[in-house]
Write a protein that binds this ligand. Structure first.
Ligand code: 5GP
Ligand code: ZN
Length: 134
């Protein structure tokens, strides 16, 4: 898609630090990393978010995420790993081309990647969600 920065990066129109590439995906280093080794999996085809992604391509993206998590963990010796995938402005998405964040985590690392106040599941949420999904 014209004017999409991730289309240009994924397809090599703008040079970028690349950790992996195949016919469908490119894995690049995030320009503003949360931690050392924070990378992004970008499909070369443009889909704005997970709702638009074909299921088979989504499956292959997450298989690649698993592989890259293993490779990064082995190479960097991180102690934990977050996969983050934002959809929509309300969810924190800022670039509207599907991507998966690969975020190595380190013991004692002070940077918070995802955090919310844990409160017990309200009965009415449980009932409503179960009813709507059944
Ligand atoms: P989102 O908030 O949409 O899930 O994440 C977008 C991510 O893309 C951010 O972590 C941001 O740092 C990264 N990003 C935005 N523009 C560029 C860019 O031009 N190059 C690279 N490598 N990363 C980018
Ligand atoms: Zn795009």
């Amino acid at each position: 898609m014209a004017d999409c920065i991730f289309c240009m990066l994924a397809n090599g129109e703008i040079p970028t630090a690349t950790l992996y590439e195949d016919g469908e995906f490119r894995v690049i280093m995030d320009a503003n990393p949360a931690t050392k080794g924070h990378c992004l999996i970008l499909p070369k085809a443009h889909y704005a978010n997970i709702y638009e992604m074909p299921e088979d391509l989504t499956g292959r993206a997450f298989v690649l995420a698993k592989r890259m998590a293993g490779r990064l963990t082995e190479a960097l010796g991180c102690d934990g790993f977050n996969l983050v995938q934002n959809n929509g402005e309300e969810a924190g998405q800022t670039v509207f081309h599907f991507h998966i964040h690969l975020i190595p985590r380190y013991k004692g690392g002070e940077r918070i990647v995802a955090n919310w106040t844990q409160t017990p599941l309200p009965e009415e949420w449980k009932d409503e969600v179960l009813a709507k999904l059944s």
